[in-house]
Ligand binder design. Structure first.
Ligand code: NAD
Ligand code: UDP
Length: 331
């Protein structure tokens, strides 16, 4: 088996510790679980572009083959249909990206926990670096604003969202446990709401809902009074942050998000201006335990990863709309 450790250069290559300009890491073999999904497929594009080999492991639960179809003829790319709840034997580096988010189904906790456990086991066995894509949801309905990585969070352990929130919290715990106890090299990103082309059209997240609704000339569904806030990050910024984290020396966790904060009513207004000045909104009851506000403090990532987002909501949204318009036309 190819035992080139994926990030053997890591201890002296983070931008914080002075990577020479033009430095390119040696090619690596990277496993991306959930690589046919929204974030995963953009990361795969970036990894292949810089010369790495990529194995995508995905069960196509929310992901689509279309998202990676442009790589199918690339000899450095492989696509495996597999559910990460089941163990998998691979000789590689492991990036852990799978997600289940929409609808908060019962088995999400199991997927988060078993999937993370299996991938950590794989990383330990082959000596690979492991990156966990955790989430801002670990902060729950936060009592601290904006949220720093030092905040422990405010999560209802038995609420309807808990399978996701607690699933990711447990995934972080497992990751640190394998690091401390098993010597696995790990990285943890806490990703804040991210949008962009290839997002699932119908998984119920707010940006995809509003954009699809406005394009279909349906009212945008605002839950609750619409005064709750989120901070929206464009996917290319997230990918840049994940790459900096993988290649850097710091374990994290790091908040990766755009501090630009919007109420849902403000978001609906931006979508309206971008897509259709005639678009309307419709109020619907909110879901239980919905966080009232969310905004990342990204001081840590700015200092240690030399990373910050560049694309504002008004710049990023039209790029997503172009992709959604095409997909909705093709339906
Ligand atoms: P996504 O649903 O588009 O992608 C997830 C991918 O994982 C899909 O391709 C899906 O088919 C696959 N998958 C799900 N269950 C699986 C299983 N059991 N086995 C194998 N594959 C499985 O979601 P995304 O937005 O791209 O999210 C990617 C990661 O980023 C997730 O870990 C998620 O928790 C994290 N995250 C995303 C956001 C966001 O706003 N997009 C915010 C916070 C955290
Ligand atoms: N939301 C909304 N209309 C929708 C979908 C979501 O108003 O059609 C609200 C939801 O109540 C929440 C916010 O948008 O306050 C973000 O929801 P999402 O599921 O996108 O992300 P998360 O809650 O996980 O941050």
């Amino acid at each position: 088996p190819d035992r080139r450790p994926l990030f053997s250069f890591a201890s002296h290559t983070s931008s914080a510790s002075g990577v020479p300009p033009g430095f390119r890491p040696p090619p690596r073999r990277v496993v991306v679980t959930g690589g046919a999904g929204f974030v995963g497929s953009h990361l795969v594009d970036r990894l292949l572009e810089q010369g790495d080999s990529v194995i995508v492991v995905d069960n196509f639960f929310t992901g689509r083959k279309d998202n990676v179809a442009h790589h199918l003829r690339n000899p450095r790319f492989e696509l495996l249909r597999h559910d990460v709840v089941e163990p998998i034997l691979l000789e590689n580096h492991v990036l852990h990206l799978y997600i289940i988010k929409s609808g908060f189904l019962n088995n999400y906790y199991k997927t988060n926990v078993m999937g993370t456990l299996n991938m950590l086991g794989l990383a330990k066995r082959i000596g690979a670096r492991f990156l966990l894509t955790s989430t801002s949801e670990v902060y729950g309905d936060p009592l601290e604003h904006p949220q720093k990585e030092t905040y422990w969070g405010h999560v209802n352990p038995i609420g309807v969202r808990s399978c996701y929130d607690e699933g990711k919290r447990t995934a972080e715990t497992l990751t640190m446990d394998y690091h401390r106890g098993g010597g696995v090299e790990v990285r943890i990103a806490r990703i804040f709401n991210t949008y962009g082309p290839r997002m699932c059209l119908d998984d119920g997240r707010v940006v995809s809902n509003f954009v699809a609704q406005a394009l279909r000339r349906q009212p945008m569904t605002v839950y609750g009074d619409g005064k709750q806030t989120r901070s929206f990050q464009y996917v290319s910024d997230l990918v840049a942050g994940l790459m900096a984290l993988m290649e850097g020396d710091h374990i994290g966790p790091f908040n990766l998000g755009n501090p630009g904060e919007f109420t849902m009513l403000e978001l609906a207004q931006v979508v309206k201006e971008t897509i259709d000045p005639m678009a309307t909104i419709e109020f619907k009851p909110n879901t239980a335990d919905d966080p009232h506000m969310r905004k990342p403090d990204i001081t840590k990532a700015k200092h240690l990863l030399r990373w910050e987002p560049k694309v504002s909501l008004r710049e990023g949204l039209p790029l997503m709309v172009k992709d959604f318009r095409q997909r909705i036309l093709d339906e």
